[in-house]
Write a protein that binds this ligand. Structure first.
Ligand code: ARG
Length: 458
């Protein structure tokens, strides 16, 4: 019984340790934890809370610890729970009581909030650069294939001819908003929580502003309970990443359709595709499909954090340790997408002929006929009705729209002039759409010029 009991308790201990630890994933925060601790120690010394010599020894030893972790020469063990305990423990092992002074006026609650904020600031800045590269690849495609015409779709039905570049630039706009969203939430990430203590601040005479300035934060948090309790800044990042992933997923869907045999509008270069283990003819758009699939996972992370926080009483609760894995996973996933997707877009070959052929169905120019009638002062609703009747007549008489004679057209469109017969070319349809933001060649060239300037590397 005693033997069994003993075994049970040690097994349980191990289970509990492994259940509770976070170092296996939060170790990625080590550089930020060390930076935070060095700055904190310097401030403690400046305030006379610890001796200056101690702060110096702490900083030197933290540098040494950082080098050991960099070199993979640092042992992580579940018993020490998280990265904060590991680093503090290593410090105390070397410096004894001196090292034990670093945690004055600090709790892991404000420490972990600081580390995540420092980490996210860097993540956001790097990610913004990655999204800009993505935009550059799209702008280059738009530029390279400036005059390619394709059908634009609504309801996945042929709608009106558009320039291929116009379609690419639509994503450039979406990504620009994704960048704005990330930069905007970076403002709320960039607030300094250290000094909030466990939840109520500290009785020690710390100088939070000094830490804030040294770490380049915008300002210090105003409420210590808020500072340790909320993760809304991380949720915002996840929300911005989810929206970005949603955009990538839509682009993926376009590309997947376009490289299907039915469309054959584009060809992806071989290195971004795989074959089938069974069907020798297959070339699958895996990167696009996986990016679409991984979007689900990023949404999952957002949902996880929202759900994690929704029922938590103030302030810190251990539940919050569960914020990190979904956050890191979403960031890693987006970073992976950003590494593979832009080169795939850059290598895209388009089939102008296939696109133009699909855009050449004269039915796509039906709106142009209606707009011509508006130019002749026919009210748009009447115009729309007349052209609709014309399309119906053509269908009933087995004619494509451009095959009808002027006399035949007159049966449904009495105002039609000979000019109407020339409205059926996709080139001239596109060419007439030159209002700002439209798909005309000059309007699109203006968009390209705008983005080239915006994205120029200085
Ligand atoms: N590993 C913890 C986390 O990630 C650090 C904070 C622990 N705080 C505490 N009071 N146990 O949330």
């Amino acid at each position: 019984m005693a033997l069994w009991g003993g075994r049970f308790s040690s097994e349980t201990d191990k289970e509990l340790t492994e259940f509770s630890e976070s170092v296996s994933y939060d170790k990625r925060l080590y550089k930020y934890d060390i930076l935070g601790s060095k700055t904190h120690a310097r401030m403690l010394a400046a305030q006379g809370i610890i001796p200056l010599e101690t702060a110096k020894s702490i900083a030197d030893e933290l540098d040494a610890i950082e080098k050991r972790i960099d070199a993979g020469d640092f042992e992580f063990k579940a018993e020490l729970e998280d990265i904060h305990m590991h680093i503090e423990n290593a410090l105390i092992e070397k410096l004894g009581d001196e090292g034990a002074r670093v945690h004055s006026a600090r709790s892991r609650n404000d420490q972990v909030a600081l580390d995540i904020r420092l980490y996210l600031r860097d993540v956001i800045s790097a990610m913004v650069e990655g999204i800009k590269d993505f935009q550059r690849a799209l702008v280059d495609q738009a530029d390279k294939n400036g005059d390619a015409i394709m059908p634009g779709f609504t309801h996945l039905q042929h709608a009106q001819p558009v320039l291929f570049g116009h379609h690419m630039l639509a994503y450039v706009e979406m990504f620009a908003r994704d960048i704005e969203r990330l930069q905007d939430c970076r403002k709320r990430v960039n607030v300094m929580p250290l000094g909030s203590g466990a939840l109520a601040g500290t009785t020690l005479p710390i100088n939070r502003e000094m830490v804030c300035e040294a770490l380049g934060f915008e300002r210090v948090t105003r409420n210590s309970m808020d500072a340790v309790a909320d993760r809304d800044f991380a949720i915002e990042v996840l929300s911005a990443l989810s929206i970005f992933a949603m955009h990538v997923s839509r682009l993926s869907d376009d590309l997947i359709l376009w490289c299907s045999q039915e469309f054959s509008f584009v060809e992806l270069s071989d290195e971004f595709c795989t074959g089938s283990s069974l069907m020798p003819q297959k070339k699958n758009p895996d990167i696009a499909e996986l990016s679409r699939g991984k979007t689900a996972r990023i949404y999952g992370s957002l949902m996880a954090l929202l759900t994690l926080c929704k029922g938590l009483p103030l302030t810190y609760n251990r539940d919050m340790q569960e914020d990190k894995e979904p956050l890191f996973d979403a960031i890693d996933t987006v970073n992976r997408i950003l590494r593979v997707y832009p080169p795939m877009v850059a290598g895209l070959e388009i089939s102008r002929d296939r696109m133009l052929a699909a855009a050449s169905d004269p039915a796509l120019m039906a709106t142009d006929l209606a707009e011509k009638l508006v130019e002749l002062r026919v009210p748009f609703r009447t115009a729309h009705h007349r052209v609709g009747s014309f399309v119906k007549w053509c269908r009933e008489n087995n004619k494509a729209l451009h095959e009808a004679t002027l006399e035949e057209m007159h049966q449904t469109i009495p105002e039609a002039t000979p000019e109407f017969l020339k409205l059926f070319s996709p080139e001239s349809s596109v060419a007439k759409r030159e209002v700002t933001g439209a798909t005309g060649p000059e309007a699109v060239a203006a968009q390209i010029a705008f983005w080239k300037q915006q994205l120029a590397e200085l």
